[in-house]
Design a binder for this molecule. Structure first.
Ligand code: 13P
Ligand code: SF4
Length: 335
């Protein structure tokens, strides 16, 4: 339960301080109703944000929800590219991101001018681009994919059609191996998932020999080699629910453990280790910028808000619409 603590000094208070004594959750609920707002949260958000969200999901689920909601305001508790997708799909809605600095290392690794040059150097290739990129890079792409629909979409592309896949090289390599497609990969990586250590994972597995390893496909190849199941965040949660196993070593951002524990309260979970053997080094610094105080402030002021040039929005909308058309609901729950 969160309240604004009266002893905090002025520099520690959120931008819009609440009257002392009011409960943050109550005020968020009041504003959510007044604003006709919906709070969408990714599985990597802090547990208290997940607990107040109207909807929690992976990137594909959240895109669908953003496109379908009849709320006037979307408070996007995730990172900036996700909030941008909400704005691209629902331009008439007010989309706020509690902290505009919530970026993504994959987005940073793929600057639009460089991506444009890469495309121009490979004019016979189509660009299948992971949703973790800027709106500008989306507008330079043919089809957007997420970790939950990429494999199915690749399998729909004619065999003789060369493909560029970016910006995540690890997801790209995993998909190329899975589908047998020889894709040209952009050399980006997620700063969170590359920190898992295969060597330490093997050591931990020796200690918990009955545990299954589950991993997000943004992990490097040597980590994925030890995984019993690989999939999007939704797929990993689904797997722990349906698997008869009792213990799981989880190679993705630890925010996901909250929903795993709720889905399977009798099971045991731990995060896969980094090079130093530490299990607590994988929090996404961008996802964790959002706080309950900032959610309250965003609802109160409707800032920081996503604004987008209409030409850019229409350019990015095309490959996103292709993704949604190629991702029937039944395919969404699979990895
Ligand atoms: P999904 O939730 O779509 O699997 O994506 C993971 C991720 O890294 C989001 O930034
Ligand atoms: Fe980006 Fe990685 Fe954070 Fe996801 S976990 S938002 S891919 S930096």
């Amino acid at each position: 339960m969160s309240t604004i603590h009266p002893s905090l000094d002025a520099t520690q208070q959120p931008k819009i301080a609440m009257p002392i004594g009011l409960r943050l959750e109550d005020e968020i609920n009041r504003l959510r109703k007044d604003r006709n707002a919906v709070i969408l949260a990714h599985y990597y958000q802090d547990s208290e944000i997940q607990d107040i969200a109207d909807f929690i999901g992976d990137s594909l689920d959240l895109s669908r929800k953003a496109a379908a909601t009849d709320a006037d305001v979307i408070v996007f508790c995730g990172v900036r590219f996700m909030a941008e997708v909400a704005k691209i799909l629902s331009p008439q809605k007010t989309v706020v991101l509690p902290d505009m600095k919530a970026g993504c290392s994959l987005e940073d690794s793929c600057q639009p001018a460089d991506f444009k040059a890469f495309r121009e150097a490979n004019p016979d290739h189509i660009a299948l681009t992971y949703i973790n990129c800027s709106a500008e890079v989306k507008a330079l792409s043919d089809i957007i994919v997420t970790s939950s629909n990429a494999e199915a979409i690749i399998r729909k592309i004619p065999e003789n059609q060369p493909i560029i896949f970016g910006p995540d090289q690890h997801l790209g390599r995993y998909l190329a191996q899975k589908t047998g497609r020889d894709m040209l990969l952009w050399p980006g990586a997620c700063m969170v998932h590359v920190r898992f250590s295969a060597e330490q994972l093997v050591k931990l597995r020796t200690r918990y020999s009955d545990a299954l390893v589950i991993a997000h496909p943004e992990c490097p190849e040597d980590v994925l080699a030890h995984a019993d199941h690989i999939g999007s965040t939704s797929s990993l949660i689904q797997y722990v629910k349906s698997s008869p196993a009792q213990r799981f070593i989880v190679a993705t951002e630890p925010g996901i453990l909250h929903q795993m524990q709720r889905a399977a309260p009798d099971k045991w979970f731990t995060t896969a280790p980094g090079a130093d053997g530490n299990c607590n080094c994988h929090a996404c610094p961008y996802m964790k910028l959002n706080t309950m105080e900032k959610v309250y402030s965003a609802l109160n002021t409707l800032e920081p808000q996503i604004h987008m040039d209409e030409t850019l929005r229409l350019g990015a909308l095309k490959p996103l619409e292709k993704m949604l058309a190629l991702s029937p609901l039944a395919a969404a729950s699979k990895a």
